[in-house]
Write a protein that binds this ligand. Structure first.
Ligand SMILES: Nc1ncnc2c1ncn2[C@@H]1O[C@H](COP(=O)(O)OP(=O)(O)O)[C@@H](O)[C@H]1O
Ligand SMILES: [Mg+2]
Length: 254
């Protein structure tokens, strides 16, 4: 039975995400002007860029919320730019997207929020299976006992954890974090960064972390790509960027 082993090896050699020469403009606002990024399986990469540089546009392109003007995006080797609705849903079920705003529904309980992606994709699960999945996801983010609470009664850090639990319930292969620590106090930020690392280990995911919080990036990213003027301006690990004399890179450490 040599074939499955070979197949498996091949699978692991395909990048988790490959972005080639990505371009996106809104009218005269040329946001992405030829951005490139490759992420290997199990790699966490931070995209560092100032406010308004196109970080959120970039990850919205990956999940098909924004359609790029040109360029290629591959997720585990599959082109995701030209998919029909059903194919896009299938790809999205493998990508967890943690929105900057958390995007929790205030009128739904925590449990109902977690069930939402399963309902949207019409996954057929028994109540016992759903109970188990909700419990597992909430336990993974350290909040096993909050399923009947409303989001409005939770702190900012807890909402972030619930947002993460909602992506974990789908067992994503890739997680996209949009400014996961923005608006949180330093201690809570540190807890969220540690949680991101726990999730990385437990679920064996790859991730893109969009941020300008250098302490979060230092904790979570294996590699940093600077998005500047619409392109992948430069990249390196935290120590390399910290030593850099480049003015744009320096500005993130001030
Ligand atoms: N749906 C949209 N329509 C028009 N302009 C947009 C849209 N989304 C983002 N932009 C513009 O694209 C630029 C980059 O935005 P964004 O990716 O949100 O920045 P950030 O790096 O802060 O996440 C901004 O100038 C923003 O106004
Ligand atoms: Mg943004």
């Amino acid at each position: 039975m040599a074939t499955p082993v070979l197949e498996d090896t091949k699978e692991r050699q395909v990048p988790a995400v490959e972005i080639i020469d990505l371009k996106k403009s809104f009218g005269n606002n040329h946001v992405l002007k030829g951005f490139n990024l490759t992420i290997q399986p199990h790699e966490n990469v931070a995209v560092l860029g100032k406010s308004g540089s196109g970080k959120s546009v970039l990850i919205k392109c990956i999940v098909g919320l924004i359609r790029p003007d040109a360029g290629e995006i591959r997720v585990f080797g599959q082109d995701v730019v030209n998919l029909d609705r059903q194919e896009l849903d299938e790809v999205r079920s493998r990508i967890g997207f943690l929105f900057q705003s958390n995007a929790l529904y205030d009128s739904l309980t925590v449990r109902e929020n977690l069930e939402f992606p399963m309902r949207r994709l019409r996954l057929k699960k028994t109540k016992a299976q759903v109970d188990q999945m909700v419990h597992e996801a909430l336990s993974s983010v350290g909040l096993p006992n909050v399923q009947d609470l409303m989001p409005s009664s939770l702190s900012g850090g807890m909402k972030k954890r619930i947002g993460l639990a909602r992506t974990l319930i789908m067992e994503p292969r890739i997680i996209l974090y949009d400014e996961p620590t923005t608006g949180l106090d330093p201690i809570t930020s540190k807890e969220i960064a540690n949680l991101m690392n726990d999730v990385h280990q437990k679920y064996n995911t790859s991730s893109i972390v969009i941020s300008h919080d250098m302490s979060c990036i230092k904790r979570t990213a294996h590699r940093i790509v600077v998005l500047n003027e619409g392109i992948d301006y430069l990249q390196g690990n935290y120590e390399e960027l910290e030593k850099s004399k480049d003015e744009i890179v320096r500005s993130f450490f001030l």
